[in-house]
Design a protein around this ligand. Structure first.
Ligand SMILES: O=P(O)(O)O[C@H]1[C@H](O)[C@@H](OP(=O)(O)O)[C@H](OP(=O)(O)O)[C@@H](OP(=O)(O)O)[C@H]1O
Ligand SMILES: Nc1ncnc2c1ncn2[C@@H]1O[C@H](COP(=O)(O)OP(=O)(O)O)[C@@H](O)[C@H]1O
Length: 456
């Protein structure tokens, strides 16, 4: 790591990376800046193409017809971001506390609530148009002398300027507004105390080489962000795939909360309806809302999460086409075909991916971090380009949580409420088999992890 960066990291750590005084929990800031909203509105006009089920026969044609997503191109410029300093931390802490208390559910009472959640406050597009690029705003304040990055919204891909094309960026999943540009091949992700702790604990773990480099917490426009490597940066017009790992995508605490004080969500009901108008029960239709675990479980059974322990969230191909509606992609055959298409049936790429996954599998088996964490909603990010370079990284630790002292997970045995198992290793095994079936290596690359009994 360059000295300068190391220094900045240390400064951030000293400025409060220990998290002292910050409430534990999941801090996912959902507010987007006014400028981001304006830009999003502009992009909404470049109408989103909604693709329905992505089945075997549709693979090639749908990829051809898929949306040319807006891209963010990051260009060096003056800017106003800076590392969080000690004196800032009290403010950050205060604002995080506020966010936590805003989003926490009262433990009193047992009645069903239908309330405006944090997400309801956002526009519908905020959560449902996953896969579109997160928009950044230009940093207006140029008083800082540090060079920074300037964001331009480009609606058509590929971006033509040769000196900039490697810097184009795409967000395939997650929440809109969660990312901003960072300098020198880095990005900023909205602060989550939980994810920050994971990045800290991953330093020095065998998994460190398989996760984005982490450079601490920085402040941008008054908000804290996690500063990390942009994994796309050394690729030329990369193809990218996001696979969400594990058999469960929600936290046990969300199940408990939903049981104790169900919080009915209209936005999740609407998302459900959009995919299948028959999915909600008669009662859910009446109340026009569902709980989050209900929505998440429905998503799991509709996709391959439940049956294979992973699911495809989004794909961007080298030609810029982007596809994010894999909600109903469940069968092995469909997934195999999607992988084949993604890798353009290139055996070099498929073999590289497979051996990278085998290394990840090895690392996971010896990782102290993995042993002691429940890994929920984390993804494997596959990236390759025309040079046949192919890499895989673990990303998104927003819902990865440490187990109580002394407890470890197997990551392959079935989940039952209370055991916190996530099925990650089983999913990885299935993922490797899927890729293996497309190469002459078969499944010999990986170590077998025995199947989970599908959850009821
Ligand atoms: O993929 P769709 O069907 O849009 O559902 C989303 C994803 O599962 C999000 O997970 P991820 O961020 O891993 O993509 C999850 O965020 P959480 O990570 O907060 O659980 C959202 O929950 P809400 O943000 O509560 O709506 C949920 O609505
Ligand atoms: N370090 C990274 N480098 C490049 N792309 C990234 C990186 N982290 C995330 N992404 C992109 O952003 C998307 C969402 O990331 P994720 O961490 O899952 O966000 P969220 O917590 O909002 O779900 C990924 O699918 C990927 O396309």
């Amino acid at each position: 790591m360059p000295k300068e960066r190391e220094k900045r990291r240390k400064a951030s750590k000293e400025a409060g990376l220990s998290g002292a005084g910050i409430s534990d929990g999941f801090v996912k800031e959902r507010r987007t800046s006014r400028r981001a909203s304006e830009l999003r509105d502009e992009l909404c006009q470049a109408k989103e193409v909604k693709l329905s089920e992505f089945n075997t026969t549709q693979v090639q044609t749908s990829m051809m017809e898929a949306l040319r997503v807006p891209q963010v191109t990051i260009t060096p410029d003056g800017g106003c971001s800076r590392e969080i300093q000690q004196e800032d931390w009290a403010d950050v802490e205060g604002s995080l506390r506020r966010k936590l208390s805003n989003s926490s559910i009262s433990s009193t009472g047992s009645s069903i609530m239908l309330e405006e959640s944090e997400d309801d406050i956002l526009s519908d597009n905020e959560t449902k148009s996953k896969g579109n690029i997160t928009l950044e705003h230009l940093c207006e304040d140029t008083s800082e002398s540090k060079p920074w990055w300037k964001i331009k919204t480009i609606v058509n891909w590929p971006f033509v300027s040769p000196q900039r094309r490697n810097l184009s960026w795409v967000q395939l999943a997650g929440h809109k507004g969660n990312f901003k540009a960072g300098g020198e091949g880095t990005i900023l992700k909205k602060f989550s105390e939980n994810e920050k702790l994971c990045f800290e604990r991953l330093q020095g773990d065998v998994l460190q080489d398989f996760v984005p480099g982490y450079y601490g917490v920085v402040e941008r426009d008054g908000d804290p962000f996690l500063h990390m490597t942009d994994l796309l940066v050394n690729f030329d017009r990369p193809s990218v795939m996001d696979c969400k790992m594990g058999v469960r995508t929600y936290l046990e605490e969300e199940v408990v909360r939903a049981r104790e004080r169900p919080k009915l969500r209209r936005d999740l009901f609407d998302k459900m309806l959009e995919v299948d108008s028959e999915a909600p029960s008669p009662q859910e239709h009446l109340q026009r809302a569902v709980t989050k675990p209900r929505y998440m479980q429905w998503r799991e059974t509709l996709s391959s999460t439940h049956t294979l322990g992973f699911r495809i969230e989004g794909i961007k191909k080298a030609d810029g086409t982007c596809h994010t509606d894999f909600k109903k992609t469940r069968s092995k055959e469909d997934i195999t075909q999607i992988f084949r298409d993604f890798a353009t049936n290139n055996t070099n790429i498929l073999n590289s991916y497979l051996s990278k996954l085998a290394k990840i599998q090895q690392a996971l088996m010896s990782s102290e971090f993995f042993k002691r964490h429940e890994v929920i909603g984390s993804s494997l990010l596959f990236i390759h380009d025309h040079t046949d370079r192919a890499e895989v990284w673990l990303i998104d630790f927003g819902k990865t949580t440490a187990l109580p002292e002394g407890q470890t997970l197997d990551h392959s045995i079935p989940w039952q409420e209370g055991n916190r198992e996530d099925g990650y290793m089983w999913g990885l095994d299935n993922l490797m088999r899927t890729l293996g079936s497309l190469t002459n290596k078969g499944t010999s690359e990986g170590k077998k992890h025995y199947c989970l009994v599908p959850m009821s």
